[in-house]
Design a protein around this ligand. Structure first.
Ligand SMILES: [Zn+2]
Length: 222
């Protein structure tokens, strides 16, 4: 495993690195990741990759999240969320959300859109529904008007129409107790705009490009 090029931008540095790769050390245990330079250059055309790799502090990063990013860089895809094991799906969903928040900061929309597709696909199976802790995380890590917030609220709206009034009230109370006040406010406002519950459409009804972000003029590549 090559050493980390820690002296960059010292041009006299005697490095034995493979220049095709970008090496970073992640997490408190300094797990080493080797990232494909050509793919990174395509995603971050304006970034000085060597400088970022050497000067950024990745010690607070979760290596599991970074491993997902690495997997996506090499394969262009991510695993589906489990349809059999609820806990496993929730665990991976939590990591995908972390990745989504980073992809939003980095403006990497292909990754955002892929994660959105994975989430929507999972929700078409069984009664997959965001737990309160993950909804809280969504609202803590996104801006008002975010497409992820929109999706979470639309999902709750659709499912709570199916669940009925008593279940809905109980769930709203639980969300309030948990501190998800913005989420509750937005779903109640959305509910008030609905004239007939039958008008509420399944947010997972059409997988084509739904809830994606695209830069202007850019076609979907997911
Ligand atoms: Zn799209």
């Amino acid at each position: 495993m090559p050493a980390i090029k820690s002296e960059y931008p010292n041009e006299d540095s005697d490095s034995t690195l493979n220049t095709e790769d970008v090496i970073v050390s992640v997490g408190s245990d300094s797990k080493i990741f080797t990232l494909p330079r050509d793919v990174l250059t395509e995603i971050f055309p304006d970034m000085d990759l060597d400088y970022e790799a050497a000067s950024s502090d990745f010690s607070y990063w979760d290596p599991n999240i970074f491993a997902l990013f690495e997997k996506w860089l090499y394969s262009g895809t991510l695993a589906d969320l489990s349809e059999d094991d609820e806990e496993e799906a929730k665990d991976l969903l939590r990591q995908y959300l972390e990745m989504y928040f980073l992809a939003t900061i980095w403006n990497v929309q292909d990754l955002e859109n892929l994660i959105m597709d994975k989430i929507r696909h999972r929700h078409t199976c069984g009664d997959g529904y965001f737990p309160r802790s993950l909804i809280k995380s969504v609202y803590e890590n996104t801006e008002p008007g975010s497409i992820l917030r929109e999706y979470v609220a639309d999902s709750f709206l659709y499912k709570s129409a199916l669940w009925g009034k008593e279940v809905r009230h109980e769930l709203i109370k639980r969300h309030l107790d948990y501190g998800n006040t913005d989420f509750v406010y937005e779903t109640i406002v959305a509910f008030d705009d609905v004239e007939d519950l039958l008008d509420i459409l399944d947010p997972n009804r059409d997988m084509d490009c739904g809830y994606h972000n695209h830069r202007e003029g850019r076609v979907c590549s997911v």
